[in-house]
Design a protein around this ligand. Structure first.
Ligand SMILES: Cc1cc2nc3c(=O)[nH]c(=O)nc-3n(C[C@H](O)[C@H](O)[C@H](O)COP(=O)(O)OP(=O)(O)OC[C@H]3O[C@@H](n4cnc5c(N)ncnc54)[C@H](O)[C@@H]3O)c2cc1C
Length: 371
């Protein structure tokens, strides 16, 4: 089958690889260079975890983990570092209890820790006495840019053609075929088109009025002032503060310091607007938080970047066939938590586009599923 994949980022690179490996004729279109820093999938780390206050996502992670291991084996490089993860919040934080229920329901191992237990196990980290943590050993970090590059490289090795610096401007259904038009005026015909355009999805499908908001998210790394071994993978897990929505990582072994960011939605932006440096008041807020949570960090910023979220109203993904275009599928709305799923979303959308099924009910990801 001739398949076009539009957008070779996190989900698109995985989609290209799955389809090419199965012998389909794949063309991946990417408006920048694969591995660029203008979208949502660049950087040294993304959290991977089973810990979700939602059973469907917890179960889907059970499907995603083996796919990451498979990608690592095929790529012959370390892409997933399992360093454990803390999910914590105030003792009465509902999502802690919902997450614990999901872990129990899925039969996954975890430890429930007090502030004192957290500090004795992870000496860099502080909880207050009114907070509780869930520790799950399989959490860790994915090396995001390397995952995209690995998927893309393996896709090409399996026969896919990647058209970089090529913007798809139009997708037109013509009977059982689909015509893809690019900014250079070129037209190509395919049997299936899968659109994984991230923050640019709304631009390609204005008629669908997709409920997507694009936000600018900021990331900082702070230097380590003392006890550097406490920040190594194994001594410090990845962590998510379910009450304030700050999250962070151990030292990733590549960039000096430890990464801290906030999942609170940033300002709404046009994905085509030029990138701006991280705001100074954001850096101050991160420093204040770090003083309380990770007192061995200094206030020195060693690295900073911004990235785009593509957010749906309830943070559920969108994965569906496009109405009135039976051979066009789209995946979007990864809502700031989608990287860990990209390898799975690429596989699922490939299967659905080929007329196959995925063993779980994804009806809540339908385009019209948001009220
Ligand atoms: C700061 C930050 C932290 C995050 N932390 C985590 C985390 O810890 N864990 C986690 O699981 N997730 C996390 N996420 C979310 C996750 O990174 C994203 O959900 C995921 O990367 C989205 O992948 P995507 O394939 O949808 O988008 P992208 O990777 O951005 O891919 C879309 C691609 O489409 C291309 N494109 C768009 N339009 C066109 C066109 N018309 N023609 C050709 N190409 C086009 C773009 O250039 C881009 O390469 C985070 C996101 C950010 C920004």
């Amino acid at each position: 089958m001739r398949v076009a994949v539009i957008g070779v980022g996190g989900t698109g690179s995985a989609t290209c690889r799955f389809l090419a490996k199965r012998g389909h004729s794949v063309v991946g279109y990417e408006r920048f260079r694969v591995g660029h820093e203008r979208g949502s999938s660049h950087g040294e780390s993304r959290i991977i975890r089973y810990t979700y206050p939602d059973m469907l996502y917890t179960q889907m992670m059970g499907d995603a983990y083996p796919l990451w291991t498979e990608l690592e084996a095929e790529a012959g490089e370390e892409l997933l570092a399992r360093c454990g993860g803390l999910y914590f919040g105030k003792n009465d934080e509902p999502s802690i209890h919902e997450t614990e229920r999901a872990l129990i329901g899925a039969g996954l191992p975890y430890d429930k820790l007090t502030a004192h237990e957290v500090e004795s196990r992870f000496p860099a980290f502080r909880l207050t006495n009114d907070e509780t943590a869930l520790y799950q050993p399989e959490s860790g970090l994915l090396r995001a840019t390397r995952c995209v590059l690995a998927n893309a490289r393996l896709a090409v090795e399996a026969g896919a053609v990647l058209r970089e610096e090529t913007v798809v401007t139009e997708i037109v259904t013509a009977g059982s075929e689909v015509v893809v038009r690019t900014d250079s005026g070129e037209e190509s015909v395919f049997d299936r088109v899968i659109v994984t355009a991230g923050a640019w999805m709304g631009e390609l499908f204005t008629r669908l009025h997709l409920p997507l908001t694009i936000t600018r998210q900021q990331v900082t790394y702070l230097n380590i002032a003392q006890n550097p071994t406490h920040f190594e993978k194994g001594s410090l897990p990845v962590w998510i503060d379910a009450t304030t929505l700050y999250y962070g990582f151990p030292n990733d072994g590549r960039i000096t310091g430890a990464k801290i960011a906030s999942h609170v939605l940033g300002e709404s932006v046009d994905p085509n607007a030029p990138k701006r440096d991280v705001d100074s008041d954001y850096i101050e807020a991160v420093r204040d938080y770090a003083r309380m949570r990770l007192p061995d960090l200094s206030g020195e910023v060693t690295y900073q970047t911004t990235c785009l979220y593509t957010v749906t109203p309830n943070e559920d993904f969108i994965l569906d066939r496009v109405p009135e275009s039976p051979n066009v599928w789209l995946v979007s709305g990864c809502s700031g938590h989608g990287f860990k799923f990209t390898v799975l979303l690429g596989k699922i959308v490939s299967q659905l586009a080929l007329g196959e099924t995925y063993g779980r009910d994804l009806s809540r990801f339908r385009i019209r599923g948001f009220d």
